[in-house]
Structure formats: C-alpha cells, structure tokens
Write a protein that binds this ligand. Sequence first.
Ligand code: GLU
Length: 260
Amino acid sequence: MKRIVIKVGSSVLTELNTIAKERMLNLLSLIAQARQKYEVILVSSGAVAAGYTALKLDRDKHISKKVLAAVGQPILMSGYKNKFDIYSIDTSQILLTEEDLDSRTHTKIFQQIIEKTLENGILPIVNENDISTTPEQLFGDNDQLSAHVAHYTNSDTLIILSDIEGLYDSNPKNNPKAKIRKIVNKITEEELSQKFTPNSRFASGGIVTKLKAAEYIMSQNMEMFLCSGYDLTTAREFLMEDKHNKGTLFSQKTKVENKT
Ligand code: GLU
C-alpha cells in the first residue's frame, strides 16, 4: 500500500475565529476514503487558531502564542476525535520539534512510533510542538515539517491542502490572468527568496514555505501535490482517480508538458 502525508493549514481549518466544522468534516470524509487505498498520516496546523477561539491573546507575542497553542491543541484534537468517531477511526497525537528528527536515534524513535501506529490502524495526527520549544528548535511552519515527516516515514507523496489552488505563474492578486502551473520540476532561488506571505493571521506559512517544502521533497525524489483545502474535489480526483485536473504537482519524475 502506498503511504501519503496529508497536510492541512490553519486557514482551511478555521474561519472567523472558530473551527470550520464543515471543512473539517469534508477533510475527514476524504481521509476515510483515502485510507482504503493508502496509509495516511495527517499533519494538522490549527492549534494556535483553535486556542484563539477560547482565549483572545496576541498570537504575535512569543509566550501568548505558546499559551494559545497549549489551549488550542486539545480543542483541535477533540474536534478531530468527535468527527473521526463517525468513521470509527482512532487517532494518535504526535507533537514534534526539529530535535525529534535531528539524530538517528531520535528519528528512529519517531519512525517506530509511526510504524506501530499505522500497523494498528490508527491515524497519526502530527503537529509541531509549539509549546515547549525555543525558536531554534522550531520548524516554524507545518509545510516544511510535513515534508520532513513525509521523508522520514518513507511516504510516496505529500499532499498540501491549502488556501490557494496551486502555484500560479504570476501573482493572482495582481494579475487576474494568472494561471496555475500544473507540473513543476524545479524551483528557482528567486522564488525561494520571496517575502513570506501567509494569507491567514494564524498561519505561519505562505507560498515560500510551500516551495521550500516542495524543494526538499523533490530533492528526496518524492512528489508533492498542492491544491485547495476548501474544495476537496481536486485532492479527491488526484488521490482516488489518478486524475490531475487542477492543483500543482511538484515532481522530478513527471515532465512539464510542452506548450504548443
Ligand atoms: N503549529 C501551528 C499551529 O498548530 C501552525 C504552524 C503553521 O501554520 O504552519 O497552530
């Protein structure tokens, strides 16, 4: 069975300071379906955003952000638990820092936990451990964390469900004619050095962190698919029907189609 990592961002999981229940339900239905074909690992952001639903602290302040994550992680997980119960899927919570993947011994422990969890039919839900880490120990965003998780768990593909539908050939905010690039084999230095641009107040990533994740994934000879987390049609087609209509596939194995 192929193994995939699905990463979902805060902007997809929350709306107007509450958990976006319907989107979460749609995501869970996709995961339940995908588990018939793949071993699935979920990387989920949203702890800080969920914390803010209970406590209005300033997320830009270092300690306040940690408090929000501490308050929000159980809110997020209970949201998942209630909804996964509908599908009789048991979940595990795995909170990671960079240090958990910084040595062979640590990495092996992480890998063994994931293997045992999957072997027992449990869905691992991974997030960065925002609570106890210093800035040096943080991945900082779940795009890059999910790329590392995909690599160290020997996954085949990383799926990033985002607030954008793919990588555009120019900035869609300034250019209404911007088109989604279907396949990307290479990411340039210029693209990687753009300013960080998260669209949501609670997200740490933006297109640059997604490109960094994609670059890492391609350097490991794996594939990453970036598509909408709001409407899951594209992700479902890609995963369940091997169809690639929208979304961007970052891959060195698939060649970019020549324009005629
Ligand atoms: N770990 C953070 C959270 O759960 C999110 C990091 C990110 O947005 O990439 O809120």
